[in-house]
Design a protein. Structure first.
Lengths: 550, 283
């Protein structure tokens, strides 16, 4: 089975991310599924950026251990990745910046001769790569004309020069498989939210979800969205609640630091029952930590943030396809049950690129919230059997719609009565139970790897992709709870049934999923943790799993 | 249609002599006038923060969002953005608008969001039993500053003028009729309307005597003249004794946030088609 990995590296500002995406589209066009990981430090120009692209016949969402090709736009690309380079790795480089016995392309000379700007140097290298990989020129032309529209003719000229200077080294065979779209996790979340009926998105920029803000802002016009970037995450969250109160299905995006500022608004949403969705992209903390690197260390923060007790939905999709479905579901569940919903993702998922099909009809349906009857008798917090009150928005004829951060009566007027405190607390609890039942009916626990195996890997979020592959290779069952609150205990117990040994894999130091499972009396036999800001590759994970299972 | 009763049956818990009563009735009467002129009461939304002022949400029988401390303006801005048919009024305290939520106040003015902000400025924290606020006079002795504050108050009118508010006024609870008229004008103003209402706190900062002595109504002032507004705003420093002007200091027409955003009124989007189109571009 052909399974190709490629490293492309250069300085920040060299356009490594877009060059990597072009390579990904080339390989997608010849019939492969793609995954791309982009690694960059927290700076704008200089430094060392790199992307690793993997192409394989089946969908995947993790890297292997080494690479077959290196496209080096700087010396660091060769010097800083001894773990990825191996005997036989084909190196293609800009000879003005890199000393190597490899395929050397005199990029500045070519650019000068073609009168092309420096940024087109990448096209030159990509051209050389296409030739080295035996990719037909027509395919490169086609991919450039779809994905490199700016300065197309000149880019093609420059690429042609690179193509002409390289020789075929390792032919990647063409497959009979039409290309799939390649989207980032952030884009998949945005598309999922649109699928769920999103009306508005509010965010303050913060890695790794800034690109979700950019994506939705770019498509606001076509998609009929209101996209707004206010003064702080505090304002973000309160604006989202104002929009929700007025009937707009609203989501916000942030990372841990911004979510800290949102917690007072989160607790408000718990009390005033205005639905809101929070896209929480984890990164390496505490505090500023490593802003552009990954982590799974905010699970308990997401589960417990906010004063007081209130029901919430927390879902942690593992790849772009799950991100699409569960973002749509999170928005619709938040509205149906009038609760805050958190889409817990991370840098690896948000900024990784995946081949996806995202069939719109693959998302289970969720009904709309019960509509209120307009008129003077309307009560926003009507006590009901399932804890969910009929919903009306301000402007409804003859109705007064009152929401309140204080303990309130059915009409939304403040009270401190012991009796109402009990009734309203129990109303919110019943609503939580209703939500738990609904979430429990959804496919909130995924089983993959070798489903019948008695050795089981339990994981959550983006590390699932690496677990699936390592599990298949090592003969392990892989169980991924996607819904983390309300925890789908029955479904989870069913998924791990017959396991004789359980290993929990997560990218944090304290074992947060392990702690959550321990609450339900589920104890793991071993744990594999990683907390250096880098995602597990399949090879790394296999090694670590073998150690703990030996 | 019979006229709606604008006061709820909720039990009122303000102290006897509280300035909030005056603001409540001035606001009610201003709303009632607006309703007589054709405003649909179902389209009014009141947003309050936390503090004595905020009980207004319980006492007025209109749509309301009883928010949290300092967070009236982002909520109000968003409600106004969500539905251009709504009239949004914020009642905020001085702790709310000037301390915990000052950034939102400045940004609300900067954006010229089409909302009305009424600050119940009693220059003390009442509900937490008497601590200084950003507009307490220098040397104010409160329970957190028993030997007196060691900082000057700031001037909210000057801040609002500097931030781009298009309607800047000051009222006083000792002059209910003027206040009612001012609120009516603020409601009619297209853009960010700000009223700093000097209000007595009967329990912790009762300066009725000072206001009765020094408060006067602006006359012959050109409210279109920004420089004159700045000069007038600086006449009183919120600390020393001296003339305290009330009335509209500044008024201007500027496009509102909502107009500039050109918020789409969307009906019947085909989300499947939007998604398919975006995916196709990424194939």
């Amino acid at each position: 089975m052909v399974d190709i990995s490629l490293l492309i590296g250069g300085r920040a500002g060299d356009g490594i991310n877009s060059a990597g995406l072009l390579v990904a589209h080339l390989l997608s066009r010849i019939g492969y599924r793609l995954y791309m990981y982009f690694d960059y430090p927290s700076l704008i120009k200089g430094g060392h950026n790199f992307a690793v692209i993997r192409a394989s016949p089946g969908e995947m969402g993790a890297l292997r251990g080494g690479v077959d090709f290196v496209l080096a736009l700087n010396q660091d690309t060769l010097d800083l990745h001894p773990d990825l380079l191996r005997e036989g790795t084909i190196v293609i480089c800009d000879s003005s910046r890199v000393r190597s016995p490899a395929i050397c392309i005199p990029v500045p000379e070519i650019l000068r001769e073609e009168n092309a700007p420096a940024v087109m140097g990448n096209s030159c290298i990509i051209g050389a790569f296409a030739r080295a990989a035996g990719i037909r020129w027509e395919i490169l032309e086609e991919v450039f004309s779809r994905h490199q529209k700016k300065g197309l003719d000149l880019n093609l000229k420059v690429a042609r020069r690179g193509y002409g200077m390289a020789a075929e080294k390792m032919v990647i065979p063409e497959r009979e498989s039409p290309p799939l779209p390649i989207v980032s996790g952030n884009e998949a979340i945005g598309l999922g939210l649109i699928h769920g009926g999103l009306d508005a998105f509010v965010a303050y920029p913060m890695t790794p979800t800034s690109n979700l803000l950019h994506f939705l802002a770019e498509h606001a016009g076509d998609a009929g969205l209101l996209v707004f970037h206010p003064e702080s995450e505090i304002a973000v969250m309160l604006m989202a609640l104002g929009l929700g109160y007025a009937g707009k299905k609203t989501a916000v995006g942030t990372s841990g630091g911004g979510f800290c500022l949102m917690t007072e608004g989160l607790s408000l949403a718990g009390m005033n029952e205005v639905p809101v969705v929070i896209v929480l992209g984890q990164r390496a903390g505490p505090s500023t930590g490593m802003p552009t690197y990954t982590a799974q260390s905010d699970l308990h923060f997401a589960l417990h943030a906010g004063q007081g007790e209130f029901p919430r939905l927390v879902v942690a999709p593992g790849d772009a396809s799950q991100a699409f479905s569960w973002s749509s579901l999170a928005l619709r569940l938040a509205w149906r049950y009038q609760v805050p919903a958190i889409i817990l993702c991370d840098k690896t998922l948000c900024e990784g690129f995946y081949s996806v099909s995202l069939p719109a009809d693959s998302v289970p349906s969720v009904e709309e919230p019960p509509p209120g009857t307009p008129g003077p008798g309307y009560r926003r917090y009507l006590l009901t059997d399932d804890g969910v009150s009929p919903l009306l928005f301000p402007g409804s004829p003859g109705s007064v719609v009152k929401v309140n951060s204080y303990l309130h009566d059915e009409a939304g007027i403040t009270t401190e009565s012991a009796e109402l405190a009990t009734l309203m607390t129990e109303k919110r609890m019943r609503k939580g139970e209703t939500l738990a039942k609904a979430a429990g009916n959804l496919p909130g626990v995924e089983v993959s790897g070798v489903p019948g195996a008695t050795e089981t890997v339990v994981c959550w979020g983006s590390v699932t992709s690496a677990c699936r592959e390592a599990g298949s290779r090592l003969g392990l069952r892989v169980v991924q709870p996607i819904v983390l609150s309300p925890f789908p205990l029955d479904r989870f117990l069913g998924a791990i049934e017959g396991s004789e040994k359980i290993v929990i894999v997560e990218e944090n130091a304290y074992g947060q999923l392990g702690m959550l499972l321990a609450r339900f009396g589920i104890r793991a036999d071993a744990a594999v943790h990683r907390y250096d800001g880098r995602p597990f590759s399949v090879d790394d994970l296999e090694r670590r799993l073998k150690e703990v299972l030996a | 249609m019979t006229e709606r009763e604008l006061i709820t049956p909720a039990q009122n818990t303000w102290c006897p002599g509280c300035g909030n009563f005056v603001i409540q009735f001035a606001l009610r009467d201003a709303i009632q006038s607006a309703v007589r002129e054709g405003l649909d009461p179902d389209r009014i939304v009141l947003v309050t923060g936390i503090g004595c002022h905020a009980k207004m949400a319980d006492y007025l029988n209109i749509n309301s969002f009883y928010s949290i401390h300092g967070r009236t303006i982002p909520v109000a801005t968003a409600i106004r953005m969500a539905d251009p048919d709504l009239f949004v009024i914020c009642c905020a305290g001085d702790g709310d608008a000037y301390a915990e939520g000052l950034d939102h106040l400045v940004f609300g003015a900067k954006r010229n969001s089409d909302i009305t902000v009424i600050v119940h400025n009693n220059r003390v924290y009442g509900l937490t039993t008497g601590q200084y606020t950003p507009t307490s006079p220098a040397g104010f002795r409160g329970r957190s500053t028993p030997s007196g504050t060691r900082e000057e108050p700031f001037n909210p009118l000057a801040i609002m003028l500097a931030s781009g508010a298009t309607f800047v006024a000051r009222g006083c609870t000792r002059k209910k009729k003027d206040l009612e008229r001012m609120i009516g004008e603020a409601l009619r103003h297209r853009g960010f309307a700000f009223i700093d209402v000097l209000q007595v706190c009967a329990s912790y900062f009762n300066v009725s005597g000072v206001y009765d002595r020094f408060v006067y109504t602006l006359e012959g002032h050109d409210e279109r003249d920004f420089e004159a507004a700045c000069r007038k705003a600086r006449e009183w420093d919120y600390s020393s004794e001296g003339p305290i002007a009330t009335g509209t200091f500044f008024r201007a027409e500027r496009p509102t946030l909502e107009e500039r955003l050109g918020i789409p009124r969307v009906t019947g989007r085909d989300t499947q088609e939007i998604i398919a189109k975006i995916l196709e571009e990424r194939r």
